[in-house]
Ligand binder design. Structure first.
Ligand code: NAP
Length: 289
């Protein structure tokens, strides 16, 4: 089995943006908002902080208590945006269930929406004219491209239909473009016979947040597997795929850790560099796509 490591892909992206950042007059500023203490949210934010510092990006993590009301959370975020004046903003997910995520994302200025979290930006993505491609789906596409994995005409099965990963990824892979043109099936918790779908996939992308959901029985020898899952079991990071079980059977797979995660961070920082330029060049909202 071919192991599709994210490190090479990440390093290539960093090499490009490092040069751009060095030529900027000042440091791009990234605000990461973590509401509550979900381990995956905290880990994503920390990873961005580490990489941002190494690249000369000014990074701030705004921690908001998980019991904060909608009104108070909105007030805290508005104040921070005013004070820190970020070029890019990401609200780490998941957020506590009592909060209205759409209303929170509406506080992000469109040009600073580097993870494409605002509904209007998701609409632009659907229409084929995104301001930014969301980082995790972008990372999956970068991995496929880096390893010369063709998608045109392929059966791609995505497990998960969230607005962060599964849904936008399905749209991107369906685009009428030689770098997409896939036949996409999106599965979710109510899908009957997941195994039937996963087994026939040429490319199986798993973003369910369920450790061990996919094992060798759910795959076939032709399967190329991209594991987006980020789960912590007794403090250890694992994906949604039982890597050991599938490694004897499938054609290629991303590991966890060391697969999609590092590329996601790099992709987000690439979007931040674009956001910095967009703001400085005063490119109007909706222009320069
Ligand atoms: P989410 O919002 O919880 O969505 C999970 C999706 O998986 C839902 O659509 C859900 O179906 C589906 N699902 C859950 N259990 C299933 C099952 N047994 N069979 C089939 N489908 C099932 O999660 P998310 O934000 O998309 O994230 C998914 C995973 O990716 C998480 O582990 C997250 O931490 C990880 N992640 C990783 C990165 C990275 O850079 N590596 C970035 C973002 C997220 P329903 O819609 O029916 O509920």
């Amino acid at each position: 089995m071919r192991v599709l490591r994210g490190k090479e892909v990440r390093n290539r992206i960093f090499k490009d943006i490092e040069v751009q950042i060095k030529n900027f007059e000042d440091s791009p500023r990234l605000l990461s908002i973590v509401i509550g203490d979900d381990p995956a949210s905290v880990a994503y934010s920390n990873a961005k902080g580490r990489k941002a510092a190494a690249l000369g990006v000014m990074f701030k993590c705004l921690n908001i208590n998980e019991k904060t009301s909608q009104k108070d959370a909105e007030g805290i975020i508005k104040d921070e945006i005013k004070n820190f004046d970020p070029d890019g903003i990401i609200i780490e997910t998941p957020v506590p269930g009592h909060l209205d995520f759409v209303r929170l994302t509406n506080l992000i200025p469109p040009y600073a929406d580097v993870d494409c979290q605002r509904m209007d930006n998701l609409g632009r993505l659907l229409s084929g004219k995104p301001l930014y491609i969301p980082a995790t789906p972008g990372a999956v596409l970068e991995i496929l491209k880096h390893y010369d994995i063709e998608t045109e005409g392929k059966d791609i099965v995505i497990v998960g239909r969230s607005m962060t990963v599964g849904m936008p990824l399905s749209v991107l892979l369906l685009r009428k473009s030689s770098s997409a043109n896939a036949t996409v099936t999106v599965c979710h918790s109510r899908t009957k016979n997941l195994r039937e779908h996963s087994k026939r996939a040429d490319i199986l992308i798993v973003a369910a947040g369920k450790p061990g959901l996919i094992d060798a029985e759910m795959t076939s020898p032709k399967s190329i597997i991209i594991d987006v899952g980020t789960n912590y079991i007794d403090g250890k990071l694992v994906g949604d795929v039982d890597f050991e079980s599938i490694s004897e059977k499938v054609s290629a797979a991303t590991p966890v850790p060391g697969g999609v995660g590092p590329v996601t961070t790099a992709f987000l920082l690439k979007n931040l560099v674009n956001a910095y330029e967009r703001k400085r060049n005063k490119i109007k909202h909706g222009a320069g796509l």
